[in-house]
Design a protein around this ligand. Structure first.
Ligand code: HEC
Length: 102
């Protein structure tokens, strides 16, 4: 199933990021690339170095927008030497962060 959905997600891009199914991929990306420094889900204990805001906290801020997250994530990131998210990973993780909003 996933192997048919994935190419579609690449084509649809940003639109797909706003839909819930992409949130699963976003959580995967967040766990892989972000969890060392950020709390990436509401049930995750804080990482050892908790200098960075939690994703649920970021999501809950009124000023957080999809465009704002994208701009932030396109610039080099605190102490991250290999800051290279693919377009699809970026879409997924932005969609995921926004999905945490309540
Ligand atoms: C090496 C540690 C580290 C990793 C890994 C990391 N971040 Fe960060 N991030 C930080 C720090 C430190 C800050 C706060 C300083 C800053 O703004 O640069 C931050 C800030 C942010 C912010 C802005 C927070 C705010 O308060 O507005 C976002 C959004 C963000 N990170 C997303 C991500 C995403 C998405 C990933 C994974 C793809 C990620 N970060 C991976 C350390 C990290």
């Amino acid at each position: 199933m996933l192997k048919y959905l994935l190419p579609l997600a690449l084509i649809v891009g940003p639109a797909a990021a706003q839909q819930q199914p992409m949130a699963g991929e976003g959580l995967r990306v967040a766990r892989q690339w972000c969890a060392a420094c950020h709390v990436v889900s509401r049930d995750m204990p804080p990482p050892a170095a908790d200098a960075a805001s939690s994703f649920p906290g970021i999501a809950d801020r009124p000023g957080t927008t999809e465009a704002g997250l994208r701009v932030f994530l396109q610039t080099p990131h605190a102490n991250m030497p290999n800051w290279q998210l693919s377009r699809a990973e970026m879409d997924a993780v932005v969609g995921y962060i926004l999905s945490l909003r309540r």
